[in-house]
Ligand binder design. Sequence first.
Ligand code: DC
Length: 219
Amino acid sequence: MNIVIAVDGPAAAGKGTLAKRLADKYGLAQLDTGLLYRAVGYKVISQGGDPENIEVGEAAARSLDPAELANSSLRTDEAAQAASKVSAIPGVRAALLDFQRNFAANPPALADGSAAKGAILDGRDIGTTVCPDAAAKLFITASTEIRAERRFKELQSRGLGAIYARVLEDMVERDARDSGRSASPLKAADDACILDTSELDADQAFEQSVEFITSKNNF
Ligand code: DC
């Protein structure tokens, strides 16, 4: 049986860390779908293009090579903003949909070479659009200030200079764009478990997620 877990939520809510731990626990291949949009956005801006331009965004998405996902520049806030802009273009989303669904249906082998028992995808619309039949859906959120603080500390720890007020401003702007777009906006699926991590540490978020996943018959 191929198990699929969907993890959605706004930026810096803790989705990535949680998805990795769940992937390890259940033997699932992990896909950070934000990285796909970051790669498209980054490609556009690094070629001097406008990430809100429909034709340019669609061409970048259609020509995306999975090898581009390894670029460390995709982790910058500049790439995140560009990602948020290209992700509002329906043609960009359509171009990335097959890749994501194929990953979920045919997950690659795990790092140790063993076969994956399924896949865990994290993003904004996994439970609503990409994998609406996922066995378990989690929606991870936290207050804007807490998420901005987490992102600020992360940027600092990576030696990237950051100003908290600017990180917060970027977060508010990106949240508004991701939630307000008409194409597959950031939204919790009706059957998702909503976890607010504002007051939870990574261990508590993991434990509560496992509790929810265990409560699903498929596990
Ligand atoms: O998760 P992230 O911060 O790496 O995502 C970067 C941007 O990509 C985010 O602001 C919106 C977009 N995105 C999306 O529209 N759908 C997804 N499934 C994942 C990310």
